[in-house]
Design a protein around this ligand. Structure first.
Ligand code: PLP
Length: 506
């Protein structure tokens, strides 16, 4: 056998091997441009009609698990299908089996909105299909991300030294923030890790008993361990108790633990309570703990100056997460992480293989700021939403929605057989029926009440548990929600309440 390397042969214009010829029929490359253009127009019409007429669907689909799987062919199509037929199939199969988050009656969890400008931006982003892992691979995308984050920082009234980037979700943003906190700790964790180390005390993180489960997941993922998350008791208004925080810290320090970070929540998931940031920040400063603020939902309200006092102290945070996809009418997904020291994120995450080395100076390479290498062009939808509504338009909508929630809460307070379960600082109301029954039966009553209200199809509200009790959770945050959906909810609540009381014979 000869060891002489073979000279590579240039490819022939038309290979003799049919498998190596580009697909020619019905046209080379992607789908037929004319058919694509027609389908895009058709899709644009469908989207506009959908948004105008979304109320013809029930918010929650009436389907049983597995319905869609059974309706679809079990194997992929061998041959191509025309785009107009695919669109027809979409219309037939998907919307009737969708939970309609864009429905004005969607008031469960924290509603989100695919606003017109956001939908437009998502389409354009898909057309460009940029992967902005490096500045070079997405210069406009990298710089727009920096710029849009800075616009939003200004709108929130955050100091100029906060530097933002965009992740998919608050869960990831909080994980990255805690990873930066971990990196700051003096244990060389990036290089040496945690496993098998006898020289590293338990790294302990503090949050309230109302903090989001994403903090637990961050503890799990970062190898910090759930038993090192201290969930501090909250007060009567569901805010972290600072006296309990100080006591837990002191006890942990005495026991040789290493307190790493405090996660304060502004707008907790169940009740939207706001932890006392100034006192928490003072402790964080004094004890040299990282302060991460989870404002995934409620921080958006800070664009209205009258809400800023609720967030006083946030300027002392090391990191802040807020989700424009929750309450700023940007389609899912768009979560901003602001950090004071972006260098710490780079220290935690930057790994640059040869093939990603570039020589541009003074540019941001977004791959250095987190776990994932690739990233989609999320800043376009943030930028377009900010431009299309303007700051004043967004402020007006947030004020309107909070007003609707306040009116609804006032109505609850006027009903003798319902009570508010928590204060209502933003657009979310927690309440429950209080029939003259023992606590467990009251819970079951409320559960059935919720099921009856949601079964109607015009509105969708959710539930939570507060101090062990089953509570209904209604959140106004969809752009298209008006007083009409709140009135419908009131009627449905009263009707369901009457029915349940008559069934119970009381
Ligand atoms: N933090 C808070 C306060 C939340 O309410 C939520 C979700 O509702 C999250 C974090 C997690 O958000 P995401 O779905 O973006 O991970």
């Amino acid at each position: 056998m000869s060891s002489t390397p073979q000279t590579p042969q240039p490819p022939t214009a038309q290979s003799a091997n049919p498998a190596l010829r580009p697909p020619q029929a019905p046209h080379p490359g992607d789908v037929d441009p004319a058919a694509f253009r027609a389908a895009m127009h058709q899709a644009a019409d469908w989207v506009a009609d959908y948004l105008e007429g979304v109320e013809r669907y029930p918010v929650l689909p009436s389907m049983v698990p597995g319905d869609l799987r059974r309706a679809l062919p079990p194997t992929p199509p061998q041959e191509r299908e025309p785009l107009d037929e695919i669109l027809a199939d979409f219309e037939r199969q998907i919307p009737p089996r969708t939970t309609h988050w864009n429905h004005p009656g969607f008031m469960a969890y924290f509603p989100v909105t695919g606003s017109g400008p956001g939908i437009l931006a998502e389409t354009l982003a898909a057309a460009l299909n940029v992967n902005a892992m490096l500045w070079r691979t997405g210069p406009a995308q990298t710089e727009l991300e920096e710029h849009a984050c800075d616009w939003y920082r200004q709108m929130l009234g955050l100091p100029g030294d906060f530097c933002g980037h965009i992740n998919d979700t608050a869960s990831l943003s909080s994980l990255l923030a805690l990873a930066a906190a971990r990196e700051r700790a003096p244990f060389e964790l990036r290089r040496r890790g945690l496993a098998g180390r006898t020289d590293v005390p338990p790294l302990t993180v503090y949050c309230s008993d109302q903090a989001h489960s994403s903090i637990d997941k961050a503890m799990i993922t970062l190898g910090l361990g759930l038993e090192n998350l201290r969930r501090i008791e909250s007060d009567g208004a569901f805010r972290l108790r600072v006296d309990r925080l100080a006591a837990a810290l002191a006890a942990d320090q005495a026991a040789g633990r290493y307190p790493l970070a405090i996660v304060a929540t502004v707008g907790t998931t169940s009740t939207t309570s706001v932890d006392p940031l100034p006192e928490i920040a003072a402790i964080a400063r004094r004890e040299n703990l990282w302060l991460h603020v989870d404002g995934a939902y409620a921080l958006a309200a800070s664009i209205c100056p009258e809400y800023r006092p609720l967030f006083a102290g946030i300027e002392l945070a090391d990191s802040i997460v807020t989700n424009p996809h929750k309450w700023l009418f940007v389609p899912v997904d768009c979560s901003l992480l602001f950090v004071r020291e972006p260098a710490l994120l780079r220290r935690a995450f930057s790994v640059i293989p040869d093939y990603l080395m570039t020589n541009e100076v003074g540019v941001t390479n977004l791959m250095d700021y987190g776990v994932q290498l690739g990233r989609r062009f999320r800043s376009l939808k943030l930028w377009m939403v900010l431009k299309a509504f303007g700051v004043s338009g967004l402020q007006a909508r947030i004020r309107f929605q909070c007003g609707l929630a306040r009116d609804f809460a006032a109505w609850i307070e006027r009903q003798s057989h319902f009570e508010l379960s928590a204060p209502v600082p933003f657009g979310t109301v927690c309440f429950r029926a209080v029939p003259p029954l023992p606590p467990e039966e009251q819970d079951a009553f409320n559960e059935r009440l919720l099921a009856l209200v949601n079964a109607d199809g015009r509105v969708f509200i959710s539930h939570t548990r507060l101090r062990g009790r089953y509570v209904l959770h209604l959140s106004v945050g969809n752009l298209r929600t008006t007083a009409a959906q709140l009135h419908t909810t009131q009627e449905l609540l009263l009707a369901a309440h009457t029915l349940l009381r008559s069934e119970a014979g009381r």
